[in-house]
Design a protein around this ligand. Structure first.
Ligand SMILES: *Cc1c(COP(=O)(O)O)cnc(C)c1O
Length: 860
């Protein structure tokens, strides 16, 4: 019988146990094992059966057990300690308070469509969400005043299971917010805090606000599943990345526009400072810039600025991070649809539709006039933009070069901050234990002292620990395989083989990630016989643990999973290769520490960064990967293996063949022999040497604390400073927007008329000095509106400049009619072909880059 209504009855905790509620109400428990111990001790069996979920645990502990605990002095002492530890964590000064500096932003809003924080708050699909979760957690650890903004999805993403023939099945369990680690945000009178967004042709869309406390960082989640919304509005926050394009658009409108409104409500109720920096994690939240423009232009009680000034105000404090070099991964809507939603009675009434449409227009060579591109809008609405690894920064500059066509790729104003991972979430507790044993302070926010200690850990201890971690993975994997086989229709009697599937002494390779085609889940199946031989090698076998979800609409991905499952079903190899359904944080946490090798074989350069290999590395796993994303940057020849990629081979089949063969060769000739080369104590010293080197070389780099520090220094602090300078009374922003319009209007008249040089012969030698004089005409512009630059470098065979250096020439003489001479000198310090040119670009200290306006004047 189906219930027509449901309630969640919240437990009443005895006074003495009130701290349990406080601990459960802050997700810091999810990366603090000592707090998890406190929950576990309350009822170990129950803790296991509720999936290590504190809210569910407290809801299921009987009154008798609660009374017992309330009288248990030892338990109360531990509870008190955990509460005191949390209080200290939430209030004491951390890195940002000590080192942030006076100019550091008071508050940073971080928008993301998904947040992967803990398995018990399943609001993520993959890497983007995990990254967002790690960003919040590391910000909390360092005391960075971030506030997260997202949506609360009633079904999260989906749960994956397998059919008998290995086809992915999706289910969408209902998540009851009352059973999640969330607190409703309330107005002073006790009513639920809400935001509304006007949608065309209907009533306002209403969302209530929930807060997830992520350590020191609040995460605001908007939820439209309310009785006062009509049915199709209630579904706006039904699930992540599902539904039609219009459904996605509504979600993104709520995330961006509703998100800014949610921040305002939060600040009003909680007295929190208004954000000075708005960071949009991928293009999905880009509409936030339009709401800020509305606030600044037409909103009642606002400053009533003109559109262009408001755009400068908003841009100065906005950071946009792009996350994918895969064109299909970029969010694009039909222009008509955006027109419909942002028309006169639409989402941001009063903000001119033509200006909105122009922000997302692909008005560059190769662009599609019929679409509205969220990434393109992201770049136009943010003064600072970045990719997520050095290689991805480079690829993004190429991909979006069309927005700044006058500049070479290297000068396109998109930087990079390489992703990282949150140590306390992803590193096995025992690894921290080993470090602590060497005297390290593993709870501090400074981990630099940790890494050199690696050399002091005896090989036998490290190796014994890796076996413990491998065994834990084997146990977990067996449970999951058994459950999956039962779901697929097998009888228990047929499953005794699972008791001996996988082996804690066998070289364990992990491969888990979403299943878009560029990640090439099945590359390892290219030559099934060869893979089989590796798995079944008599002395040096390997075992593979594989997991991954395909997007529900991606039948191609589901076929790959099926191919993998069918291979793994084969009785001959099923004890050495398993596919574990429903890859999520709960599976991932024992998976990384249990693997000896982490495999990644994307089609280069489509992996923007990748973070799973970082998690493996921090647990003493070695990476075996294509040189893509972060691995391209930090592979150093000794911290793992690079699978050579056949870049430039256009025939995909041929490329897969070449790369698969290289992968088999590496495993057979390098990886397995080293793993099994043990000394008389059974310890593989040469292997552990690589493990130690991995920890020392990658540890300081791959942590998300490094990542968020980089964001603060390179992006947040400069953005906040520029925003303050422009916006204290909006005079700076007004001046900048007027300046831009003046420069753009006058640019046609800017010319490099003539360039002279001397000082070098026809065949100059190193050390010679080239003197350059450039005669330019600036029309109505002044010399301080521009920079006149000497761009020099080596030449390729087409006389194109490469590896260019830009020097600024200085004003030497002024002539009548807006004409000037600029001079400069360059020392020839490299042998080989050398070339130069002179150019004029707009220059203003409030621009991040001279390329920002996309304008340049070159010699005719
Ligand atoms: C780390 C992680 C990811 C992201 O991995 P990539 O290497 O970026 O593909 C996805 N899902 C889960 C559960 C993770 O823990």
């Amino acid at each position: 019988m189906r219930a027509i209504r449901r309630f969640t009855v919240r437990p009443v905790l005895p006074e003495a146990l009130a701290s349990l509620g406080t601990l459960a109400g802050n997700l810091r428990w999810s990366w603090h094992p000592e707090t998890q111990d406190v929950f576990e001790t309350a009822d170990p069996a129950l803790w296991e059966s509720v999936g290590k979920d504190p809210v569910k645990l407290l809801g299921s502990l009987g009154q008798a057990r609660l009374r017992e605990l309330a009288g248990d002095a030892t338990y109360l002492a531990r509870l008190g300690q955990a509460q005191a530890d949390l209080d200290a964590y939430l209030t004491e000064d951390r890195w940002y308070q000590r080192k942030g500096g006076a100019d550091a932003p008071r508050s940073i809003a971080y928008f993301s469509p998904e947040f992967g924080i803990t398995a018990v708050l399943p609001q993520y699909s993959g890497g983007l969400g995990i990254l967002a979760g790690d960003h919040l957690k590391s910000s909390s650890d360092l005391g960075i005043p971030v506030i997260g903004v997202g949506l609360l999805y009633k079904h999260g993403y989906f749960k994956q299971a397998l059919s008998a023939d290995g086809w992915q099945q999706e289910t969408y369990p209902v998540l009851d917010p009352d059973e999640l680690p969330l607190t409703p945000l309330r107005e002073e009178d006790g009513s639920r805090a809400k935001v509304t967004v006007q949608l065309p042709g209907g009533p306002d869309l209403v969302a209530t606000l929930w807060i997830a406390h992520v350590g020191r960082v609040p995460l605001l989640l908007m939820d439209t599943d309310l009785e006062e919304n009509p049915g199709h509005y209630r579904e706006v926050t039904d699930r992540l990345y599902g539904g039609t394009s219009e459904h996605r658009l509504r979600q993104e409108i709520l995330l961006g526009v509703g998100g800014v409104r949610a921040l305002r409500v939060y600040s009003r109720i909680c007295g929190a400072p208004e954000p000075e920096v708005f960071h949009t994690n991928e293009g999905h939240a880009g509409f936030l810039g339009l709401e800020r423009i509305r606030e600044l232009t037409v909103a009642e009680g606002g400053p009533g600025l003109d559109f262009d000034t408001a755009l400068e105000v908003s841009r100065a404090g906005t950071v946009f991070t792009t996350h994918t070099p895969v064109p299909a991964g970029i969010d694009r809507f039909a222009r008509d649809l955006v027109e419909q939603y942002f028309g006169s009675a639409g989402v941001v009434p009063g903000v001119p539709l033509d200006r909105i449409l122009a922000l997302g227009a692909e008005d560059y060579e190769g662009g599609d006039a019929g679409v509205f591109n969220m990434a393109v809008m992201g770049f136009r609405l943010a003064q600072r933009a970045n990719g997520v690894s050095e290689l991805h920064g480079h690829v993004s500059r190429g991909m979006f070069n069309g927005l700044w066509p006058a500049f070479d790729e290297a000068e396109v104003p998109i930087g990079s901050v390489t992703n990282g991972v949150h140590g306390p979430t992803w590193v096995a507790r025992e690894i921290f234990g080993l470090a602590a044993k060497q005297g390290a302070d593993v709870d501090g926010d400074d981990t630099d002292a940790l890494w050199p200690l690696v050399d002091q850990i005896p090989g036998s201890e490290l190796w014994a620990l890796k076996r413990v971690l491998r065994q834990r993975l084997v146990d977990d994997a067996r449970k999951r395989v058994r459950k999956s086989w039962k779901h697929r229709g097998a009888a228990s009697a047929e499953l005794s083989w699972i008791d001996s599937a996988l082996d804690a002494d066998v070289l364990t390779i992990g491969f888990a990630r979403r299943v878009p085609s560029y990640k090439r889940l099945t590359l390892m199946l290219r030559d099934p016989a060869r893979l089989k031989a590796l798995l079944l090698h008599p002395e040096r076998p390997v075992q593979l643990v594989i997991a991954g979800k395909a997007h529900p609409a991606d039948d191609g991905g589901k076929k790959l999973i099926q191919e993998m499952v069918r291979f793994a079903d084969d009785p001959e190899v099923r004890h050495r290769i398993v596919f574990l359904p429903n890859y999520d944080i709960a599976m991932a946490q024992p998976l990384y520490p249990g693997c000896d090798v982490w495999l990644n074989n994307p089609l280069r350069p489509y992996e923007a960064c990748g973070t799973s290999g970082m998690k493996a590395a921090l647990n003493g796993g070695l990476n075996l990967s294509i040189l893509d994303g972060w691995w391209d940057e930090w592979y150093d020849g000794g911290n793992g293996w690079a699978i050579p990629s056949a870049d430039g081979v256009d025939d995909q089949d041929k490329r897969d063949d070449i790369e698969a063969r290289a992968l088999y060769d590496l495993i057979e000739n390098e990886v397995a022999p080293r793993f099994y080369d043990v000394d008389s104590d059974g310890v593989p010293e040469a292997w552990l040497e690589m493990v130690r080197h991995t920890l020392k070389s990658l540890g300081p780099k791959v942590l998300a604390t490094r990542q968020v520090r980089d964001y603060v220094r390179q992006l947040y602090a400069p953005a906040a400073q520029n925003a303050r300078a422009l916006n204290s009374d909006y005079a700076g922003a007004k001046a900048l927007s007027e300046w831009k319009q003046r420069v753009m209007g006058a640019w046609d008249a800017v010319r490099v008329e003539h360039v002279e040089s001397d000082g070098v012969s026809e065949t100059p030698e190193i050390g010679a000095e080239l003197h350059v004089r450039a005669f330019v005409s600036l029309g109505d512009l002044d010399t301080d509106d521009v920079a006149v630059q000497l761009v020099h470098g080596s030449l390729d065979s087409d006389d194109q400049l490469k590896d260019t250096v830009v020097d600024t020439l200085t004003l030497a003489e002024t002539y009548e009619g807006g004409r000037y001479r600029f001079d400069g000198t360059v020392a020839l310090d490299r042998s080989g072909a050398f070339g130069y040119t002179v150019r004029v670009v707009p220059h203003n200290e409030r621009l991040v880059s001279d390329a920002e306006l996309g304008l340049v004047a070159l010699p005719a």
